[in-house]
Design a protein around this ligand. Sequence first.
Ligand SMILES: [Zn+2]
Length: 1077
Amino acid sequence: MSTLRRGISSAAAGAARATAVPAVLISVPCTRTAIHMPRQAVPFGASPLLVPARRRVPGGLMGRQSFHVLAAAAPAVAPAAASTAVLPDAIVEKAHGFTLQRTQFVKEYGSHVLLYKHDKTGAELISVLNSDENKTFGVVFRTPVDDSTGIPHILEHSVLCGSRKYPIKEPFVELMKSSLNTFLNAFTYPDRTCYPVASTNTQDFYNLVDVYLDAVFHPRCVSDRRVFEQEGWHFELDNKEEPLTYKGVVFNEMKGVYSSPDSRYYRIVQQALFPDNTYRHDSGGDPEVIPNLTFEQFQQFHAKYYHPSNARFWFYGDDDPVKRLALLDSYLKEFERREVNSSVETQKLKRMPRSVTEYYAAGDGEEGEQKAYVGVSWVLSDNPLDVETELALGFLDYLMLGTPAAPLRKALNDSRLGAAVIGGGVDDDLKQPCFTLGLKGVDPADSDKVEELITSKLKELATSGFSASAIEAAINTIEFSLRENNTGSFPRGLSLMLRAVGAWIYDRDPFTQMQWEDALSSFKSKLASGQDVFGPLIHSLLLDNHHRVTVRLLPDPELAATTEAKEKARLEAARGAMKDDQLDAVVENTSALKELQETPDPPEALACIPALQLSDIPPTITKVPTSSKALADGATLLAHDLFTNDVLYLEAAFDLRSVPARLLPLVPLFCRSLTQMGTSSESFVELTERIGRKTGGISIYPFTSAVRGKEQPVAYIMVRGKAMGGKSADMLDLMRDILLTARLDDRQRFTQMVAETKASMESGIISGGHSYAGKRLAAQRGMAAALSETMGGLSYLESIRSLAKKVETDDGWQEVKSDLEAIRSALLQRNGAIVNMTADAATLSAVEGQVSDFLAALPAASAPTANAAQSWSNALLLPRTNEALCVPTQVNYVAKAANLFQDAGYELNGSAYVVEKYLGNTWLWDRVRVVGGAYGGFCSFDSHSGMFTYMSYRDPNLLDTLGTYDGSADYLRSLELSKDELTKAIIGTMGDIDAYQLPDAKGYSALVRHLLGVTDEERQIRRDQILGTSNKDFKAFADAIECVRGAAGRVVAVTSLDKAKSVLDEKPDFWEVKKVL
Ligand SMILES: [Zn+2]
């Protein structure tokens, strides 16, 4: 029953874990997750929210990065209303070649769950029936590997590049352009490959399913070597005089992964924990090994594993259950049953602890700075855990590590042995559960101390146990998270599928994964009886378990150069071994491949992709029910009457413009300090436990955005919380206590948060450099972006570095402490405050009085700070220059931007969304990714500020990519789209505009629109403009983006020092070179 543990790990918001790679990075701005580049670009500029990354990321897809993603991310629905427990008449025992094996009503999700077997092939299907309109489909193959050439990952990319029924270059991209999907992507795990889609539109859903089924069973890539070369690897040589290079999308994607020390660390841990089974290899591909892969091996792998007898299928939602069977059978009936040996061997537990030392590519580092990663990991068992042990382990993990106040996490933080916790506890995405915990930013001389600290703290907890209040808080938090089932922008059906597959794939019972109610209630009684549940568990799974590995990852400033030299030597050797005619062949192949990639599919061929009609799109906007009320002293109350399953979602927003500019870099840490130092009457631990007991969580963060047509941005501090309706008063009491009486004087905790922030930003810039580059460019042009840069970009990192030094001295700390108080007194006032609530009508009316009491407790107006916003002058803007931000990396992130409102006099028209998406999915995708070999290339238009930004992700090129950007306007002008193509582009855009949302997201979106002054009238105008987009609009937009190529355009790239300098050889004075790491 790892359901519960999974539920728990997402509840334990901080614990980052997960094990797969998406095929396309839908560029999630500055996320720590950026696993493998989703294809769809969610433009960073369009969501100028400074929201903590983890809030945007579905719990299941965080952190560990052992999986690869083809593309990624869409928004969140009302919980599936519990349907009746009586099996609907529509269920058939036998149909379309399937026979029903089992049925069960799962009350936790109001769903009938049916297990079918396909008679002819033995393929299994789980068919979930409920009222959720966000329908989900998935097919999963077991794909264990015996080397690190990355076959399953390259295959995952390649099968989506054309198939028997859809014989075009990239059906996947066509679907991104033209479907209403709420999810479209693919993941490679260490032992399986997973292809999920989702949509709320039934016809659209079937279209997606059909394209995916044809892709996995009849892909073009197994007969066309060029797909393998494009997505995997090939030699590139434009003419015989030039040096040979490697190209390939996965090749570069993995170079990016291997440049990130965090990713390296988790890869080494997995390989060290499982020396004897498939997990000792990297299914994503090691860039040094990928070029050993041959096309023949690639073909054989597909033939062996992509077979119905090795497949598990999943359907979920409110569509016709019989139609599902028919659809699948139309593909499966062509195959014969076969034995496919794909099971994952169990790693036998070793009796002796081991240790592994490896190195990562570091910059020269500041003087005296040491940055080792040190952690301890266990494989917890070589037998599947029973339901009760799994449940207990989930609770144990949450109690030890689930919050910053949890004792084991707190001990690591307080130790000052390192900058930030890594690992974060239990990981159950693979066959055997593991546990990893450690620190990064450690002095290598202290590495033994990290291990000693972890074991001694575990011993202590095994003896002392946990306080009753901690256990109560854990129970409430975990239950809340399970019942709320808030999967954010991730479809609920997909979250449930990943959970079920986690057992199903290992031939364990997938049904138990979905049922937690009974086990939870019996576990609660056991806890209530006072039985020592946790002590024995800490002993048996951790302390007395010697299958333990200590992993040290040490900095090596030479490694980047060595790696590059090794690659060069391999290429030279390969070249040396080639005869003259072989070299000719490589040159010929390079140009043939490019020509193929640059030739678009003819419109007749593209017509094979099924598409909806414009008449399928509702012509009017969907409104979120909103009532607005002016409260005393200039406060406003917004309320949204939506079904939320008895949960109240509430945001209180305070205007940040009362805070003087010089204090802005402290604001993010001020927000964190509010919940992490305790209040006047309770300690940090007590406060954290009260939050856990009474609510589903409280978070505080700055929010900024440009407002179209205005020079001044909006900027707020958001205090955001959720609780069961009956606990609303407790939540508001908590918010009041936090705002008014939170202590801001815990020097040790503050110092720790500074170190943590620094470490996370330093890894972020290596793994997600595009968002730093984009922020930097926007901050040259607008105040809102300048605020974002100050509170979250490279400028913020610079402030954090000096803050780290400042808090070391007593005088410095005194100053910081009084600055934190100054922020509070400038910020806190009910004047101008906005409270936003989302719940059903009864809850809303019950809460209204409590909100008035909450506001009445705050000062009416803040201490006068002489109109602080005036200090947010243009001095905050960055100078308008080109910059190279240098870090140790094997890949580049290249951004170029200008402001269409200011530089081109562009007036916003809804068609801009259509053109922007089209440009990203055609010209930029084809040239930057397909031809250029980068993992991603996209553009984003911020319709509030006017910034238009091109970005590339894990890109081997620099100047060539800029050349592609500069060709965009001419490309758009050259287009003459047929009516069909235009319709597809419009529908694809509407899919983004009408993105599926859970009720909390609907209420929050309404708040954001209120803050930005976006009315329903305006939304309707934009919608009409989108629906009416014509070829003329493409040309008009081409004229607008001409300014990016022209004098107004600026470039910022995250790259290596060597590459930055080599650009200067070619173009002296091109940019300022700035060493960041
Ligand atoms: Zn990938």
